[in-house]
Design a protein around this ligand. Sequence first.
Ligand code: UFG
Length: 348
Amino acid sequence: MAKKVLVSGGAGYIGSHVTVELIGAGYDVVVADNMSNCDMTCFEGVKKITGREDIPFYQIDCCDYEAVDKLFAEHKIDAVIHFAAFKAVGESVAKPIMYYRNNLVSFLNILEASKNHGGCNVLFSSSATVYGEAENLPVTEQTPRLPATSPYGNTKQMCEDILRDVVLATAGGADGQGVVKGIALRYFNPIGAHPSALIGELPRGVPNNLVPFITQTAIGKRECLSIFGNDYPTEDGTCLRDYIDIVDLAKAHVAAVSRMLDGKMKQDYEIFNVGTGRPVSVYELVTAFEKVNGLKLNYKFAPRRPGDVVAIWADTKLANEELGWKAERTVGETLASAWAWERHLAGK
Ligand code: UFG
């Protein structure tokens, strides 16, 4: 029988792409989402891409323990991929209580429900934000985490630690209780959309992240892209990031879930960087977008954005070797998919 994976936050940007890849790999998937930061567009897209109308969907808030518990009572869950969290850095600085409550309580509820229903494997969606402004690049999983500079970043660190502690406390699930194994995936900068252009990023209001701002500028929804800072100590003066294609990122989740479910983990709690290993500057990304899509983007150089690190990219050796996973799509392909998605949204 196919193993069953719960994707919390499964109607969102990353969750929807992961759901597609899981189903493609033969897993049964249950989606839970409170729809606080998305609408049904992506979930409908997931159904179209997979041809599956019957994906169980729970519109629940993972902060509601009763609702989570009911889901676990109705499905024998083998693994959870937990995305359900708020993710805007700036907003988290302004609303720390809301961020801590939502991101911590929802995760604790997932862990607790898992424990109360016999235990399952848990994959936590972490972030390269845990490395802060790292001294040595690229960062490996051993690179020390630095004190978080936002409540959002802090919740990522705290949830990593919570998962590690819960896994260790129930090591191997010997007592038939609790979490069995745990993996944290540290994402670098996820960008792009599914090649079908049926699912992609759906920012609410003005986008914070670079690529949705680029595509919205290109389509005419925004007047002009500001490139935040061109006086950084990099070749062209703009920040360096590791932009990871969303479908490649989704496939890393399938590899990690299979590793857990097929008993291939070397430790009960493991961490992997998920990136390409290639630094790309903001300016390079903007010009690559113009080139691959054959258009001119209205952009200007603007002051630095507070809180941005100069440069970060991944050492991906561990993920490549242990997960047998590697980023495959080129930046050009990814940027073409982001543009196709924006045009799909605009009906063009
Ligand atoms: N940028 C611009 N103009 C914009 C938006 C972004 O120049 O309109 C630049 C930023 O200054 C940065 C780069 O594009 O140099 C990437 O910015 P994003 O906002 O797309 O991504 P970040 O690297 O800031 O954010 C990522 C994740 C967050 C995480 C953060 C921690 O998306 O979840 O890293 O560093 F918290």
